[in-house]
Design a protein around this ligand. Structure first.
Ligand SMILES: Nc1ncnc2c1ncn2[C@@H]1O[C@H](COP(=O)(O)OP(=O)(O)OP(=O)(O)O)[C@@H](O)[C@H]1O
Length: 325
């Protein structure tokens, strides 16, 4: 298999499969049930290539964690196959251990270590020599602004600080595949952006990143391709732009009322808006949205409006689309 050298932001180099070579992951017809419950995954198939951030999106219970646990060899499929670098993962579980860094939703194994020791130890376990591991840990902590917390025990950090330390350990050791389940949960906005930046740099260095996240609006800036899961089935598989194009020329109209919404309102609004207290939101064809908005702005309802926005669809709208129809 042809390989080429990529340098990562952490300073190390390693052989990574080129983006246009064979995919790192090939998943076909994946199915999984937990006992008698409905299928957690059904007929899921996709590829993940080097040098891309591949997003797995979906609502709670859609099957995202079940899917990534298959990618790292922690679950065996009931149906279908998961291939990593051409080999079926169940037949060679060591391959995942060798090439993939996995960040689960909750990581407790590292609680007793300091941040620095956890990152260094993870790098060592991933085959990096002691001196290099020390250097890599220092660079990683610096990159993620964790240096001030380097000597604190992970178990004694705040929830967000702990999550960031766990992200740092996932990035240690320059793995060619990162499988990250909700890496930014609990992180503040600056820290989330720092993590997105770190992921982008690794993607640019040829690393393949599988990313599960509920921070869809932000993740959109980093995602190259996306798999949308709904009830364990594939509801979309494309670039963010391709998925949004499927929504046609629809736009989203968000309305925030000062107090109680006035009556009467156009039925086109009341019948279709998703209402969350004073905030209403609806997706509709752009021409209709413009008409409705000017009707609202010209009528008595205008005085009751606190704010409104009319915008083109986002990836969040793609996720919402199946629920609204
Ligand atoms: N260990 C388990 N035993 C039984 N059912 C499970 C188990 N783990 C998950 N499930 C079920 O499988 C389905 C998919 O769960 P999964 O955790 O993969 O969803 P998810 O998309 O990761 O959700 P979330 O966004 O809430 O993390 C859900 O219906 C869930 O209840």
């Amino acid at each position: 298999m042809p390989v080429s050298q990529y340098a990562t932001a952490a300073g190390a180099t390693f052989d990574a499969v080129k983006a246009d070579d064979c995919p790192l992951y090939e998943v076909a017809g994946l199915g999984k049930s937990y006992g008698d419950a409905a299928r957690a995954l059904d007929g899921v198939g996709f590829e993940v290539r080097a040098g891309e951030v591949f997003g797995v999106l979906g609502r709670n219970g859609a099957g995202k964690s079940t899917l990534v646990r298959h990618l790292v060899g922690l679950l065996r499929p009931d149906a279908g196959t998961v291939r990593l670098l051409g080999t079926e993962i169940g037949q060679e579980p060591r391959k995942a251990a060798e090439h993939v860094a996995y960040l689960p939703q909750a990581e407790s194994a590292l609680s007793d270590m300091s941040v620095r020791v956890a990152v260094e130890t993870t790098a060592r376990l991933r085959g990096i020599r002691r001196k290099q591991a020390r250097g890599e840990a220092a660079r990683l902590l610096d990159e993620l602004a964790l240096t001030p917390l380097a000597d604190r025990r992970i178990g004694r950090l705040s929830g967000g600080q702990r999550r960031l330390a766990e992200v740092a350990t996932a990035l240690a050791g320059d793995r060619r595949v990162l499988v990250l389940d909700e890496p930014t949960t609990g992180l503040d906005v600056d820290t989330r952006h720092r993590v997105w930046g770190a992921l982008r740099r690794r993607r640019d260095a040829g690393v393949a990143i599988v990313l599960v996240t509920h921070n869809v609006a932000e993740a959109e800036t980093v995602l190259d391709r996306v798999l949308v899961l709904r009830g364990g089935r594939m509801a979309g598989y494309d670039t963010p732009g391709g998925l949004k194009a499927e929504l046609g020329d629809d736009v989203r109209l968000d309305l925030a009322w000062r107090d109680v919404p006035p009556e009467p309102l156009p039925e086109a609004i009341t019948a279709r808006a998703v209402m969350s207290g004073r905030r209403w939101s609806l997706r509709l064809p752009s021409a209709e949205a413009r008409g409705l908005l000017s009707e609202l702005l010209d009528g008595p309802a205008f005085a009751a409006l606190d704010d409104f926005t009319l915008r083109t669809p986002s990836l969040e709208d793609v996720l919402l689309a199946g629920e609204e129809q």
